[in-house]
Design a protein around this ligand. Sequence first.
Ligand code: HEM
Length: 424
Amino acid sequence: MIAQSHAAGRSVGRTSAFALAALAVLHAHLVSSSPEDGEALSASPPMIRLVFSEPVEAGLSQIVVWSARDSLEIRVRADSTDARTLIGDLPHLAPAEYQVDWRVLSADGHPVEGSYRFTVRAPAGAPDTVPTLGPPAAHRPDTAGHAHAAGPNIAAGVSAVLRGLAMFTLVALAGWLVQMVALGGAAPRGAMRTALLLAALSTALLGAHFAAWLWHVTPGGRAPDLGAALGTGPGRVEALRVGLVFLALWAIGLARRPWIALTLALAAVLVSGATGHSAGISPRWSIPLKSLHLIAIAVWIGGVAWLAVAALDPAAFGASASRVSGMALGAVIVVGLTGVAQSALFLPDVPAVFGSAYGRLVLAKIAGLAGLVAFGAWNRRRLMPRLDESAGQAALRSSTRRELALMLAVSLVAGVLAYVPPPS
Ligand code: HEM
């Protein structure tokens, strides 16, 4: 066991240039540490001090110190004067080589981990050999001196799928309520029931995503801690949007006020702009861009869902189709522009569009948008002129159902995108 007493402190040093060069993702990264990477100390250090490139959340962070014989998880606290710094007090360390494995939660809600080594030398006069650790593989394969996004793992995969489904139902709910509020008392019977179903699904899926995210970000060997999660920025945003959509469910199911539900659902959509990479990369630009992206998607998906499933009066079907088509035209332009602008902020250069997983997912979304534009053009040119006939209305309904399925597929790609680190 690592022995329990303290020795004198040391200043914060730089990690090796190699460690920073190896950094391949745009998340929080370690910029300096004490003891520093590769340092040989003449006495046991009193603490580990890690300084990151951006604020990190102590509650969901972990530092484990390994020796050849033992490992010890040390208590991590934030530095009260610098939100980017984590401190962990050390017991007395006997002369030996040590590896520090750290794991932190970045502002974008993704865990990042890495490791480095230092040595406590034998005291003067004693034989100069100390127990060493052997190759890094004995501890965590491929991580010594590196920092990288934790995962991918099952929790991240489950979270990504839940996120795509949750975002699809949330934007569909907001867009559906836009249609209901636009029609006021003329909204068809059954529209309230569909809104209730969408609100219940959004609440359940956003709640399930929150739970899966917590599982994903909780350091190994610990039980998920809701209190610690709520102490972090990403955790608070997750909880806030679950709360807002739950209130929208109440506004539909009990208060029966679609406009209150719409206000709450739009607030949940706007808040969603502050989750994921937008919270960590150029947030001043990317948060409003993502919120706008999501609001436009809501208007578009909600309108298409309205034509696909609402029990519309055949005499009013043409008017609904024209209203939805006009809204969709504006929305598609905003979706495309804000999607490309976010991608430009997150991707470092044009080759990264083709040469990284993140870039290829963006390309898949662009292909999805092209498919949706083709659907829109077909609907406007071929099907809308035939809406006087019931066969024309049925054809538009089935076309919008297929369009909705493609929108769900693109939203699932978006959920995965939010869990894939963009290249630096
Ligand atoms: C030109 C086409 C598009 C591009 C370039 C694009 C790009 C993006 C980017 C970069 C993000 C941020 C993801 C992150 O946090 O890393 C995003 C988010 C999102 N996009 Fe798009 N997008 C496009 C079209 C669409 C379409 C057509 C839909 C749906 C039908 C869609 C649905 C979403 C959703 C739901 C999110 C939120 C993901 C989340 O945070 O969970 N996007 N998009």
